[in-house]
Design a binder for this molecule. Sequence first.
Ligand SMILES: Nc1ncnc2c1ncn2[C@@H]1O[C@H](COP(=O)(O)OP(=O)(O)OP(=O)(O)O)[C@@H](O)[C@H]1O
Ligand SMILES: Nc1ncnc2c1ncn2[C@@H]1O[C@H](COP(=O)(O)OP(=O)(O)OP(=O)(O)O)[C@@H](O)[C@H]1O
Ligand SMILES: [Mg+2]
Ligand SMILES: [Mg+2]
Lengths: 252, 252
Amino acid sequence: MRVAVVNQKGGVGKTTTAINLATALAASGASVLLVDADPQGNASTGLGVDRRARSRSIYDVVLGDASLADATVPTSVPGLSLVPSTAALSGAEVELVGVERRLHRMADALTTDTHDWLLIDCPPSLGLLTMNALVAVERILIPLQAEFFALEGLSQLLATVERVRAGPNPRLGILGILLTMTDRRNRLSEAVAADVRAVMGAQVFDVMVPRNVRLSEAPSHGLPALVYDLRCPGSQAYIALAREVLARAVPE
Amino acid sequence: MRVAVVNQKGGVGKTTTAINLATALAASGASVLLVDADPQGNASTGLGVDRRARSRSIYDVVLGDASLADATVPTSVPGLSLVPSTAALSGAEVELVGVERRLHRMADALTTDTHDWLLIDCPPSLGLLTMNALVAVERILIPLQAEFFALEGLSQLLATVERVRAGPNPRLGILGILLTMTDRRNRLSEAVAADVRAVMGAQVFDVMVPRNVRLSEAPSHGLPALVYDLRCPGSQAYIALAREVLARAVPE
Ligand SMILES: Nc1ncnc2c1ncn2[C@@H]1O[C@H](COP(=O)(O)OP(=O)(O)OP(=O)(O)O)[C@@H](O)[C@H]1O
Ligand SMILES: Nc1ncnc2c1ncn2[C@@H]1O[C@H](COP(=O)(O)OP(=O)(O)OP(=O)(O)O)[C@@H](O)[C@H]1O
Ligand SMILES: [Mg+2]
Ligand SMILES: [Mg+2]
């Protein structure tokens, strides 16, 4: 199954979710490919793939200069492979504007993929890279920080998903909304979480990822949190998320 | 003086800094214009300007359909005006690609401005909206979250600033780097702060903005934190920042 991890609001936990969900799915025995579609390249760094070891990115695949297999590298996690991000990716947004089938380039390039799961970590925007990801996948997972500003962008994102579903990708659905950086002691966090569940109902995952400093320490060691500290609350939340994702991902 | 609040890393405190620094500068008696150049429109919402009250945005100004004065609205803060963001702004990135002087559109549009300070809140990307802001201003202010992933993007941002300075805007300089969401009890936060000061030296502001829940509560009331809770640590940090900014902003 193909899943894009999307939210145009910045800093809500997209990359942290993509890395740790991918790791948890690989740990359950599945073969997983993580595509880093963000020019910042945080998913690539967070998995310990050094900038010097990144020869090709999704940019080369999308512009037709490399196959998906050429661009795929192993990670330190068994069962988890990565298509890293390189600096060239920051030029993709402008360059894609003039290209044929500009919204379908990623979808076309990913047809040869044979992994059980393919996750795409998206940049904080609704530009051409994110739109390509929305056309290329069957499901989206929306990390949502339990903060006021993060709530504001949700309707804009859902409207974009509807437009993609009505247009280039009719099978696009929502795998779920994941509340991140929650804090039981914080009134605002609890209020936002309650609001989202009231509005979005069963689309919100049961598990919430608590604010947990171990999640933000792990990338500085080039490791997923599940490897860096399996027993911390953050890792345990992502293991529970993988269980919920597997339960929801029953093939159509 | 014109300042762009920039960092392509998401969720680092750009909007929170833009709103509260603008308010603190206005409170010191200066006339201030805040331009919301982010399609998310968080700065507009955080200042209580309802979506229905936003008729024109920087999009209309940049594409030539409105003057800066037409697009400017008052806020509840004396001395502080706003050019709000509307949903049309999310189309600007793609539409600007085909336009003449595409990097200079904002600079050209802002020549008629007469405020003492003009701040631009940028989206989390280095696309055409942010590039336009970098060409239109004399200084940039970089909010930097005291986290590992946030540190990674700094060199990419500084390289972009150098390219703009070597090309379309030779007068572009760095007003300063502001450490945000710092936490004295958190080892990683202290380590990142020490790293940044070691590398960037005097360009880093003395004041650091601590993690303070009152800063994230204020926008849900449509108020800057300085108005919502003047005495909280977050507001006091932004008042100290305004003092440092005024001291650094000695005209050339
Ligand atoms: N549950 C959590 N608890 C504590 N820190 C977290 C948590 N989730 C993520 N972080 C940290 O918060 C910051 C933002 O998370 P992350 O980079 O994953 O968000 P993002 O949505 O991918 O950001 P961007 O929009 O820039 O791509 C990072 O420094 C990360 O380490
Ligand atoms: N010092 C702080 N302490 C606590 N919360 C903060 C602080 N600064 C900002 N926040 C909150 O953290 C979140 C991210 O901040 P903000 O939206 O200002 O960042 P941004 O860089 O503008 O994000 P984006 O990249 O999406 O534009 C918001 O919910 C905000 O209310
Ligand atoms: Mg990310
Ligand atoms: Mg912002």
